[in-house]
Design a protein around this ligand. Structure first.
Ligand code: IPM
Ligand code: MN
Length: 377
């Protein structure tokens, strides 16, 4: 087997506890790789004023792919408050390093599968098998935001009277703007990926989730592209559902859906909701995919209050490792890992607190390693 080079980014909080468990799994699988430790996250921001050091970017460029543990992200005021005093007056802005990486490396597709495991008491329903394709570089996450807004933008807003009301803004501090930017290129790419996945994996439908009845320009562009591309996939049913209704339908009838495609923010929301349908964020892995590069990460956050307690479910990290193995073409190892996780969950003997059991994440990892060893022998 080729010896891989993985940029290894534990990040914040429980990322530092879960990534060593991930290495244990990869070593048990006899996966051959060098894991290059890279700094990223809140600690770097607080102490150095930059959550994404240049060194990390250059290591990522040299690697086959990246793996991220978890990242702390906080709103503007809290981020400024956390900075070391010497950086406070430097006009620095915190922008989540994972969002930066998704844009810098054009990781346009965020693939988030949510599958119910037999034996998981927290499954909302059995046989849930959702694949979420979240556009990963623009939409409401474009990073085009203003406060205060420049006069040219201010004038454009004041004059805009197309939809419901003409904005009459008395004071410039009365208005802040975060733009939802959607390009045809990104729509094509994410929709194409969703349909290709459906075709290759025998899924019968693709559902576009958005709000085109209100977000008329961006929403229309997205759905027009989707309608066009859907014509090339006549065997797959294409359906459209509004984001608000989708939250209701997913809870009511999750088995009615297979492949879901959405812009960045709606995809973010839907992926947490869908994770809960299959037992919570402890079961949600994800892949940030570009054309030739990818970064894998569990969907959950850094949960600093749990760091060091060995409580947090490591399965989301292991499912992200599975996605990494798939992307690297290591299908056999990916299957061994997935089957081993399935087996341990099914036995209902060893599991973390969120699974209704009492074990530490170390014990759960060791149990999964035992199953891997049996399969490899
Ligand atoms: C995720 C996370 C990130 C996001 C945060 C940490 C910026 O919630 O990967 O879903 O919103 O994309
Ligand atoms: Mn999220």
């Amino acid at each position: 087997m080729h010896r891989y080079r993985i940029a290894w980014m534990p990040g914040d909080g429980v990322g530092n506890e879960l990534l060593p468990l991930g290495i244990k799994i990869l070593n048990t699988l006899k996966f051959k790789a060098d894991y290059i430790h890279c700094d990223i996250g809140w600690e770097k921001w607080k102490n150095e004023g930059n959550p994404l050091p240049d060194k990390t970017i250059s290591e990522l460029k040299k690697a086959d792919c990246g793996f991220l543990g978890a990242i702390t992200s906080k709103p503007k005021e809290e981020a400024l408050k956390a900075l070391k005093p010497e950086f406070k007056d430097k006009n620095l802005e915190y922008r989540s390093p994972i969002l930066q990486l998704r844009q810098k490396f054009n990781l346009h597709t965020n693939f988030r599968p949510c599958t119910s495991f037999v034996g998981n008491k927290n499954n909302h329903k059995e046989d849930i098998d959702l694949a979420i394709f979240r556009e990963n570089s623009e939409g409401m996450y474009s990073g085009v935001e203003f406060y205060p807004i420049p006069s040219s933008v201010f004038d454009a807003i004041e004059n805009q009277n197309k939809n419901m009301r003409k904005f009459r803004i008395e004071k410039s501090d009365d208005i802040a703007l975060s733009a939802r930017i959607i390009t045809k290129t990104a729509c094509k790419s994410i929709i194409q990926k969703a349909f290709e996945f459906a075709l290759l994996n025998n899924r019968s439908s693709v559902t576009l989730v958005d709000k085109p009845n209100v977000l008329r320009e961006t929403g229309s562009l997205f759905r027009q592209v989707a309608l066009d591309i859907s014509k090339n996939f006549p065997t797959i049913k294409f359906q459209e559902v509004n984001i608000d209704a989708m939250c209701m339908w997913l809870i009511k009838n999750p088995n009615d859906f297979q492949v879901i495609v959405a812009e960045n923010l709606f995809g973010d929301i839907l992926s947490d909701l869908s994770a809960q349908l299959v037992g919570g964020l402890g079961f949600a892995g994800s892949a940030n995919l570009g054309d030739n590069f990818a970064i894998f990460e569990p969907c959950h956050g850094s949960a600093p209050k749990y760091y060091g307690m060995n409580k947090v479910n490591p399965i989301a990290t292991f499912l992200s490792i599975k996605l990494m193995l798939d992307w690297l073409g290591e299908k056999f190892l990916s299957d061994v890992l997935f089957n081993s996780i399935q087996m341990v969950v099914k036995e209902e003997k060893i599991g973390t607190y969120d699974m209704g059991l009492k074990n530490s994440n170390i014990e759960l990892t060791d149990e999964i390693c035992k199953k891997i060893k049996i399969r490899l022998n």
